[in-house]
Design a protein around this ligand. Structure first.
Ligand code: IVH
Length: 669
């Protein structure tokens, strides 16, 4: 029986969690430990799963509640989301300032200078203090409804604390550098192409078909506009930023009120030199006339406001010469051609190498050794060769070697693949990379087992397999260059501690192509032990969520190889974790049941109904099929009702549905 106490505890937990989310994600000033936060979150999840009828979409548990979807609904913006004109240098900025001054006559005015965040813009709608809908910019007129994914952005409030109650906030969704690095490292491991910049990566994450993917990408939302009834809410941009802050939004702290062009240029120059110190990418500053009345007087062109401009930083590009092209051998044996450049300073960083990815890319660029090229550095991503500027006098084409530069083994390029690979599975370069991956942070976390050490251990024959890590002895380590007793002991302690790493990490550490952190977690959750995964055939493997033919084939092939099975046996002997407590399968009164919604329910909004079904262990899908268990129908149902009747699928109304949730009517009835 539900008591008032439970309701009160749930509401208190929500309020407390919201406050700590705000302190952590918006203000960057946590007051409690992650463990305390997790503890409260688990308690709330538990209470909500026992009382699914109390779940609301603004509960902190609902950020990642959504299930995969088939596409995004198009939504027309309340007013167009236009773009900004660019000023590419100080002269163009002066032109902008002159135009503003002449259009405003003799009136005094101020600018607000903000950072130009390198992400994508998004509009978020709130009613009754609650986040209701988030829409991407799209073509400026029509965007895509990404509400479920946007909910996973922790700095975006699901519930606001002050007035106005109904409004629209527009701002920028960004992916911090660290998150992009991590994502690209995972993609490299899965042999997927890397994201060239944070903007593309953020856009990809926001449009992921599964909210859990968006959640894992650590996106942030910085708000910069506030509209009520389609109009700017405040009298000035500066006030709008204050109000957004009060509402609980993350507003970029680096902003300035400028009384004229000189101060604007000062702000710009400051951030041009300091941009690298930020945890995210910026590509310029945005200058806005502060007063909304003056903004209205200046008006808009068809494309952009006349009262604002994007004052862009010069692209991080420079010309230099390619002195050589050499290949690197990765963990999977893939050979990556790397351009060795005459060192060049690009935006304060000396660049001497750039990846050329593969033979096709070299062909596309038409680049040869000795050429002068334009090199670009965007964010933390590997510098890239943009194009050939001038062909070298004595240029020399690059040819992919027929033999591995490290072990001399045969190099093969399979049909349909971009990469050429060394096929010697004992290649020391492959071994070295495999060991580094196994020991890496976030995998087995063996601190101290880095590049230089692994290189020595492999060269001296002390590591011939990943499993040899667990046989390393103190005197062996002490033989190595610059290795003291203390460091050696510490490394051995770290190796020992890694035996306790959970199964998903062990699985990730094996380096099975296409099995990264996430897939490893899913496999462990689904099968519960390493042995069950080793023994599973492809069909069985595909029962795991997100595992399709490509991944299952790769896993099968991996464990088919004798050397990999031997590796597994040796890791078992080394007492690594092979078992896994499977996360509880969905439980609750609606466990495993598939619902389709149609029509308008008397009390529950669609979103609320969906959240409650999911919290009760059920699923919601978009269309009626033989797999559907129930159609939840309200007023004015569509063709789904006819279809459900045709297929003999039970139709329930809101009251019956609520009864099912309380368990007074079993879902199996
Ligand atoms: S204001 C009418 N402020 O830059 C559009 N935009 O190049 C006014 N951006 O589409 C936008 N940081 O995606 C504004 N502080 C900021 C911004 C910002 C990044 C992006 C935004 C916009 C693009 C225009």
């Amino acid at each position: 029986m539900r008591s008032k106490n439970v309701e009160r505890e749930i509401e208190e937990l929500r309020e407390t969690l919201r406050r700590h989310e705000y302190l952590y994600y918006v203000l960057d000033q946590p007051e409690i430990s992650d463990a305390e936060y997790d503890g409260m979150m688990r308690r709330l999840q538990k209470l909500e799963s026992q009382h699914p009828e109390l779940v609301t979409p603004d509960s902190p548990t609902q950020r990642v509640g959504g299930k995969p979807r088939e596409g995004f609904v198009k939504v027309r913006h309340s007013s167009p989301m236009l773009s900004l004109d660019n000023a590419l240098n100080e002269d163009e900025m002066r032109d902008f300032d002159r135009r503003v001054r002449s259009l405003l006559g003799d009136e005094r005015f101020e600018y607000v200078a903000e950072l130009k965040l390198d992400g994508l813009s998004m509009a978020v709608h709130y009613h009754d203090h609650r986040m209701r809908q988030a829409v991407t910019r799209g073509d400026g007129q029509v965007g895509e409804d990404v509400t479920e994914n946007a909910r996973t952005i922790r700095s975006l409030p699901l519930k606001t604390r002050s007035d106005p109650a109904a409004f629209e906030s527009r701002g920028e969704v960004i992916m911090p550098r660290k998150a992009l690095e991590k994502l690209n490292a995972e993609r490299e491991q899965q042999q997927l192409s890397l994201f060239a910049n944070p903007r593309n990566a953020a856009a990809g994450a926001l449009r992921a078909l599964e909210p859990a993917i968006t959640a894992s990408r650590q996106l942030e939302f910085f708000a910069y506009f506030l509209y009520v009834d389609g109009k700017f809410y405040s009298e000035t941009q500066w006030e709008a930023l204050q109000t957004l802050t009060q509402l609980g939004f993350k507003v970029n702290p680096y902003k300035a009120k400028c009384s004229g062009l000189d101060e604007v240029i000062e702000f710009y120059r400051h951030w041009e030199t300091k941009r690298e110190s930020l945890p995210y990418e910026i590509d310029g500053v945005v200058i806005k006339v502060n007063s909304v009345r003056q903004q209205q007087a200046l008006g808009w062109t068809a494309k952009a406001p006349r009262w604002a401009v994007a004052f862009k930083f010069a692209a991080h590009q420079a010309e230099t010469a390619i002195e050589d092209i050499q290949v690197y051998v990765g963990r999977t044996g893939a050979l990556t051609p790397v351009a060795f450049l005459k060192p060049v300073n690009i935006g304060g960083v000396t660049v001497s190498r750039a990846s050329l990815h593969n033979e096709d890319e070299i062909g596309r660029l038409g680049v040869e050794i000795g050429d002068r090229v334009l090199v670009e550095r965007s964010g933390d991503v590997i510098p890239k060769v943009v194009r050939v500027v001038r062909k070298g006098h004595e240029r020399r084409p690059f040819r992919m070697p027929k033999h591995c530069p490290v072990c001399g083994g045969e190099v093969v390029r399979e049909e349909g693949e971009a990469a050429s690979r060394c096929i010697n599975t004992n290649c020391p370069a492959r071994l070295q990379q495999s060991i580094l991956h196994f020991a890496a942070r976030g995998v087995m976390d063996i601190d101290g087992l880095g590049d230089v050490l692994v290189d020595q251990l492999v060269t001296r024959g002390m590591l011939k397999s990943v499993a040899d890590i667990y046989d390393l002895k103190l005197d062996q380590l002490l033989e190595l260059d610059r290795m003291g007793q203390k460091s050696a002991e510490k490394i051995l302690r770290n190796i020992d501690a890694s035996r306790k790493q959970p199964l998903p990490r062990v699985l990730n550490g094996l380096g099975i192509p296409f099995v990264g952190e996430r897939t490893a977690q899913i496999l462990a959750d689904t099968f519960g032990s390493l042995d069950a995964i080793v023994d599973a055939d492809e069909e069985t493997l595909q029962q795991a969520e997100e595992v399709g033919p490509k991944v299952s084939e790769s896993i099968r092939q991996f464990f088919h190889e004798r050397r990999n099975r031997e590796l597994v046996e040796r890791l078992r002997e080394a007492r690594l974790t092979f078992e896994h407590t499977v996360r509880k399968k969905s439980s609750g009164p609606l466990a495993g049941k598939i619902f389709v919604l149609t029509g308008t329910l008397p009390n529950l909004a669609r979103e609320e109904a969906k959240a409650r079904i999911e919290a009760g262990g059920g699923k919601v899908t978009g269309s009626v099929s033989k797999k559907t268990d129930y159609l939840l129908a309200g007023a004015d149902p569509g063709s789904k009702l006819d279809k459900a009747k045709d297929l003999g699928i039970p139709v329930v109304d809101e009251a019956e549905f609520l009864a099912m949730l309380k368990g007074s009517r079993s879902a199996a009835e």
